[in-house]
Design a protein around this ligand. Structure first.
Ligand SMILES: Cc1ncc(COP(=O)(O)O)c(C=O)c1O
Length: 359
């Protein structure tokens, strides 16, 4: 007897950045030979103490399912109480947990696009309908917030997803706009995905919005501390939401190695600050030099830049053959754009050199 798939028809596996081993093999390249600008992470890599911390972990013991130590540390850093913090196997796990807990057949998720693909996949897997609110190129990818709030008020979706700053456009909304959105969401939850917030210069403090009762803030430690392969993220939320998410979460989804790495990384704020200043330097350089090459570069407050290049897929391929990987934004619906994750200045200079060769 053949089993039928339970996957909702329109839930596609989301496409992400990162270099594919199969593609590199076909080009005769190894991972070490490629500079990866297709992901947006701290260009300095993980803090130096992480490797030693990992070697001390007793991997024969179960990890703490409640991630107490790390929640307490995040509490000290953010001022949010440990009971309002949930740790995830990357913030991706938390996006799926939110969808699983708060969406279902007959409900809707409203997603502000173009954006990270995982929100839509998670909503569809939960059986929900999806409403997209699009920021268009003609308006420099800035949303019409009155129209978005009207739609949210009218539809009352179970979840509203806003990526702040937005991947891939680098747009960042001011506090007043986000407060209006939360107010419009009413009984629904506004999910503010702040995966890249650390790289925003003088970001406003979204933790204050938690008192509105319907806002969840997501943060990713895979970006701040380049723990991409270990998977670690957290949600700051109203206590009731934290309890509901904790019930749905598989007990040991955050392993002992990730917890140890997270504790060590969070204690090394200097490393994050060095990564941030490295990004500021690289971003300024790239903005200027890409503009001088004749490309349209969108203003970005984040650690990545959206660049209009014409045929993104073909340019990405030409660059990859020369050991440089950028993100082709076709999967965001932007086939004329690439996204460049800012890296160290010498790496950015190498990117420009290769771009000049293939242009
Ligand atoms: C906006 C956004 N949110 C979340 C994630 C996932 O982060 P994590 O590695 O913490 O699962 C990404 C990864 O690319 C992202 O771009």
């Amino acid at each position: 007897m053949a089993y039928s798939s339970q996957i909702p028809k329109r839930a596609n596996r989301p496409f992400h950045g990162g270099v594919s081993l199969a593609e590199l093999n076909a080009l005769g390249l190894t991972r070490e030979e490629v500079i990866d600008f297709s992901v947006n992470i701290n260009p300095l890599g993980p803090p130096p103490g992480v490797a030693a911390a990992l070697s001390r972990v007793n991997i024969a013991a179960y990890p703490d399912p409640e991630c107490r130590e790390i929640r307490e540390m995040i509490s000290r850093l953010t001022g949010v109480s440990p009971g309002q913090i949930v740790i995830g196997n990357g913030s991706t796990e938390l996006i799926h947990l939110l969808a699983h807990t708060y969406l279902g057949k007959g409900s809707q998720a409203l997603i502000m696009v173009p954006t990270f693909a995982e929100y839509e996949t998670a909503a569809r897997l939960a059986g929900a309908g999806v409403v997209l609110q699009e920021a268009v190129e003609e308006n420099d990818f800035i949303w019409d917030m009155s129209a978005v709030c009207r739609e949210v008020r009218h539809r009352q979706p179970g979840l509203v997803f806003l990526c702040q700053p937005n991947n891939p456009t680098g747009r960042y909304l001011e506090r007043e706009a986000v407060e209006s959105l939360a107010e419009a969401a009413g009984q629904g939850l506004l999910v503010l995905d702040e995966a890249y917030i650390s790289f925003v210069y003088e970001a406003w403090d979204s933790c204050q919005l938690l008192s509105q009762g319907n806002v969840v803030v997501l943060r990713s430690m895979t970006k701040d501390y380049a723990l991409t392969g270990l998977r670690l993220g957290y949600a700051l939320c109203p206590a009731g939401v934290a309890r509901a998410l904790s019930v749905s979460k598989p007990s040991w989804s955050v392993n002992a190695v990730a917890q140890a790495a997270g504790l060590t990384a969070l204690a090394d704020r200097e490393h994050l600050l060095r990564g941030i200043s490295c990004v500021q330097e690289g971003r300024g350089y790239l903005h200027l030099e890409l503009g001088a090459l004749g490309y349209k570069v969108l203003p970005s407050v984040a650690n990545f830049l959206l660049v209009k290049v014409g045929g993104a897929a073909a340019l990405r391929k030409r660059l990859l053959r020369r050991g440089v990987c950028v993100r082709d934004c076709t999967s965001f619906g932007l086939s004329e754009y690439i996204r460049i994750g800012v890296r160290t200045l010498p790496e950015c200079q190498r990117l420009l050199e290769v771009l000049r060769e293939v242009k």
